[in-house]
Design a binder for this molecule. Sequence first.
Ligand code: 8YV
Length: 309
Amino acid sequence: MTIEILQTHKLLESCEVALAERFTVHKLHEAADKAALIAQLAPRLRAIAGGAVNADLIAQLPALEIIANFGVGYDSIDTAAARAANVRVTNTPNVLNDAVAELTIGLMIALARRIPQADQFVRQGKWPNGNMGLFSELTGKTVGILGLGRIGKEIAARAQAMKMRVVYYGRKRQESEPHVFYDNLVDMARDSDWLVVIAPGGKGTERIVSREVLEALGPQGNIVNVARGTLIDEAAMLELLQTGDLGGAALDVFENEPAMPEAFFALDNVVLSPHQGSATTQTRNAMGALVVANLDAHFAGEPLISAVV
Ligand code: 8YV
């Protein structure tokens, strides 16, 4: 008898194929009546593949042993409820570090040099009538990294390759890191030209980038968010971008994505991206393989590869 698992959202094709080879997969996101599906399968569901798992769902699944999240960030999973119910949780760290770091630098250059606008300028035939003007460059600037974790370190390395000075803010100083550490985010923002947000979402980091932090970054400062929309006071950011009290923003994530205030669309000093930090074929395949490998390890009674609970 094959093991029955619940899939909570659409996954990459290669991942879905691998899951179907091993398990009987029930797709919650395709069910017309989700509550009925859960009620019917509850006694048999031993694993969940995917995120968006709250305490309520965990409580309804007495046979649940493991939740294998597709993503390094697991803020959509109630890990406290999982721990209390003796349910393991895994994520997909490391395999996406390079992809996210690449997008970060790409967004920074896109914002600094107004690449989206430049493309439009040429396409709309405006070039023969004049130039766009002059922009700023990353070279010689200071980038403050909020969250010098695995991805943050890859961003730092690439920022250094862009001849930027790297400083960071986090819960604690990392003795092995050569960069200047700040224990105060406002101070770091004041001293930085760029603020890159790459800390975990969830409780503890909500709106850590407050209006005060954004004001400290200032009219010449730019913010980049490749983490979670919840880390920034989005309403304050929008207002400061509109008034010019914040220089610019390159955003891959939003508080209520895929929805966002339409006022962003009218701004010339923002670059918008649809949460695609890890969205390359090689990285998404590796993330899917890690989801499957964690489930394989669990059901083989072996140590999990990347457990967070
Ligand atoms: C998403 C991410 O998980 O890894 C993360 O934390 O934010 C992304 O990689 C991915 O978009 C899957 O939905």
